[in-house]
Ligand binder design. Structure first.
Ligand SMILES: Cc1cc2nc3c(=O)[nH]c(=O)nc-3n(C[C@H](O)[C@H](O)[C@H](O)COP(=O)(O)OP(=O)(O)OC[C@H]3O[C@@H](n4cnc5c(N)ncnc54)[C@H](O)[C@@H]3O)c2cc1C
Length: 401
């Protein structure tokens, strides 16, 4: 079916990044007509609805990087937005805990980075203070971060969608609409499986498929997305009291993951995870999921093999842990020694979009590219959910300039 109406903007992708950009653009320019196209039957079906639900503080990121700036600014905006719209969130604070000498040597560096990123009130804590904050957690030293919190990102996404339609009823959010190609003539023409749409401008926020959408537009020949699945376990009701809020390990700087952590969710449940396992299907949430194209794309790319060779030991351990509750527990027990196998039940999974460079390095900042009448959010890893409103400002700036 052909639609003759020409929108001002078509945004591809109904995750938190696409929705926040649509919301902020609509709020600033209420007369703009925006159409958001999402391939799934509901919004926030992938990364945005399958994450840890943590409002990140901005502790870990390279000062002045896009991640550092947008996380700090985005967190403040997200909290204000959630307060104003009465969404379910809580600023709980978190502890980041060192459990061995190697981690201990990294505590000060992370603390100083947090200070440089403007986190007032963070402080280094000793084992007694760790116990006062989280009585069941054991560590040599740690960092108390008062700014961190918890939220339901799917609720945030639905609120953005509701507000967009309220501000301009001519704008639309269409699910079950997978974009398969587009052309740029006088207007941009975008094709889904069953329909075509016209628009003056395009914004692509395809998450795990950002590289493929960019390829159609002939941008980004250098970066490929590979999926890393993260599995969670849940603490059973009788064990939930072992965790009050948020407990993280000191991250290993060699890897782009924060390590398995404990998270109290806004619904009161407590999750532990996620691990980080290379997946053979970008949007595959089962341990044995496989997709030929995704696997071919990943394994025919030199960056993937370079990453594997450099980190084979880490990768192997993560794989073993994905299939063994006992090994998962062993990792968790480093932080919470009294945890028992009977405390854990299998939980959900999410897949992170990891942007790999040809040399096997992970590109660890946000990457946003402007092309002729289109903008691509090429890389929006964690903390993009926390940062979404600030990322939207960044994109609007690109449009205005
Ligand atoms: C396990 C895990 C834990 C995380 N924890 C946190 C956390 O605690 N805090 C935090 O801030 N961040 C966290 N993150 C990161 C955060 O969730 C992501 O950075 C963020 O959700 C990215 O949003 P997005 O909109 O770019 O991607 P997505 O949410 O993946 O959305 C992209 C959307 O585009 C759609 N799409 C793709 N291709 C097409 C197409 N051709 N046509 C139409 N639609 C298309 C997809 O269906 C999808 O809905 C975590 C991520 C994971 C996976």
């Amino acid at each position: 079916m052909k639609n003759n109406f020409t929108y001002d903007y078509i945004i591809v992708g109904g995750g938190i990044v696409g929705l926040s950009i649509a919301y902020k653009l609509q709020k600033k320019y209420p007369n703009l007509t925006i159409c958001l196209l999402e391939k799934e039957k509901k919004l926030s079906f992938h990364q945005s609805g399958r994450n840890s639900g943590v409002i990140h503080s901005g502790l870990y990121y390279e000062p002045n990087s896009l991640r550092a700036k947008n996380c700090v600014n985005g967190r403040k905006q997200l909290v204000e937005f959630s307060k104003f719209h009465n969404l379910n969130y809580e600023i709980t604070g978190k502890i980041v805990v060192a459990t061995n000498q190697d981690e201990l040597s990294r505590v000060k560096g992370i603390y100083e980075r947090g200070k440089l990123n403007g986190l007032n009130g963070i402080r280094i804590i000793d084992s007694h203070e760790i116990k006062e904050i989280e009585p069941h957690i054991q560590g040599i030293k740690g960092i108390w971060v008062p700014q961190s919190g918890i939220i339901d990102y799917s609720e945030v996404c639905n609120k953005f969608a509701e507000l967009i339609k309220k501000i301009n009823p001519k704008s639309s959010i269409i699910t079950n609409s997978e974009v398969i190609s587009f052309t740029k003539g006088i207007d941009c023409k975008i094709f889904t499986r069953n329909e075509s749409f016209l628009s003056k401008n395009l914004i692509f926020c395809g998450g795990l498929f950002s590289d493929r959408l960019a390829k159609i537009d002939k941008v980004n020949k250098n970066m490929r997305i590979v999926g890393f699945r993260g599995d969670y376990f849940k603490l059973n009701d009788s064990a939930k009291k072992k965790i009050r809020n948020l407990v993280y390990p000191i991250p290993n700087p060699k890897f782009p993951f924060l390590g398995v952590h404990f998270t109290r969710m806004v619904d009161g449940s407590v999750e532990c995870g996620p691990n980080a396992v290379f997946t053979f299907k970008r949007e595959g949430y089962g341990k044995l999921d496989f997709n030929f194209k995704d696997t071919y794309d990943a394994l025919s790319y030199q960056g993937t093999w370079k990453l594997f060779f450099k980190n084979w030991k880490f990768g192997l351990n993560e794989y073993r842990r994905a299939f063994s509750k006992k090994l998962f527990l062993k990792e968790l027990k480093k932080l919470c020694p009294k945890l028992k196998i009977s405390d854990l039940s299998p939980g959900r999974s999410g897949v992170r979009a990891i942007a790999l460079l040809p040399n096997g390095e992970v590109f660890d900042d946000f990457k946003i590219i402007k092309n002729n009448r289109s903008i691509h959010i090429l890389n929006a890893p964690s903390p993009a959910a926390t940062s979404c409103l600030s990322i939207a400002d960044h994109v609007i700036n690109l449009i205005e300039n």
